[in-house]
Design a protein. Structure first.
Length: 141
């Protein structure tokens, strides 16, 4: 993954392909924060990412469940959506960080609690006027 690398996604299928392409370089303990407005394509990205590891599990938005686990042929993927979580105590009470070291963690709306994570990759999704998406890869080390 190149720092500040940008790519345009023209369709849902594009977003899935982009996610599938970068997924193999991640492993247990990696945390990826997905940022972008509602409908920008974060959950589609997770669908593509997870499919790269031949998961048979159904990928759904955890807006209400807060967290979903998917079994894959590499490790568990922990898919978190913090849209409805507003303070850091609420986040800590979920106990999700106990699972971080054994999972690849993908967090929608996670930037507000970024200080909780030592290292993370940041992937931002922007909705363009022509309805394409600009996906930007960066990282904090
Ligand atoms: N290039 C694209 N990539 C991903 N989704 C797209 C794209 N173009 C249009 N869409 C649409 O935008 C929405 C993205 O939904 P979703 O992935 O759930 O967004 P988020 O999780 O960011 O709220 C879907 O309705 C999808 O059909
Ligand atoms: Mg979503």
């Amino acid at each position: 993954m190149y720092k500040n690398h940008q790519i345009i996604s023209n369709s849902e299928e594009d977003t899935i392909r982009i996610a599938q392409k970068i997924a193999p370089q991640f492993g247990p303990g990696d945390v990826i924060i997905l940022e972008g407005d509602l409908g920008a394509g974060k959950t589609y990205f997770v669908k593509g990412f997870t499919s790269a590891f031949h998961s048979k599990d159904l990928i759904t938005s955890p807006t209400f469940s807060i967290a979903n686990f998917y079994r894959t042929n590499k490790c568990n993927i922990l898919h978190i959506d913090l849209y409805r979580i507003t303070d850091i105590d609420q986040f800590n009470d979920l106990g999700l960080t106990d699972y971080f070291s054994q999972s690849i963690v993908l967090i929608e709306w996670g930037k507000k609690f970024a200080s909780c994570f030592e290292n993370y990759f940041l992937i931002s999704f922007e909705i363009n006027n022509d309805h394409t998406r600009t996906i930007t890869f960066s990282e904090k080390l």
